[in-house]
Design a protein around this ligand. Structure first.
Ligand SMILES: [Zn+2]
Length: 68
């Protein structure tokens, strides 16, 4: 994916130390397989000027937006 792996690794290690209870199951998240759940609040992306749907990962809390 061309991502700086050293940076990603140190960040996930930091998160693991901070949220030890949530560590179980997060191996999938680390691999990029998040458990996306649609957030009920539909947001408006002011930059793109269109409606987007927000998704939140049930396991790690990561969020992403997807254009409708
Ligand atoms: Zn996740």
């Amino acid at each position: 994916m061309g991502v700086c792996m050293a940076e990603v690794r140190s960040l996930s290690a930091f998160r693991k130390a901070k949220h030890k209870k949530q560590a179980a199951g997060n191996t999938l998240c680390k691999s990029g397989h998040h458990k996306w759940r649609e957030d009920k609040t539909t947001t408006f992306d002011s930059k793109e000027g269109r409606l987007v749907t927000k998704y939140v990962c049930e396991r790690c809390g990561k969020s992403k937006v997807k254009a409708l």
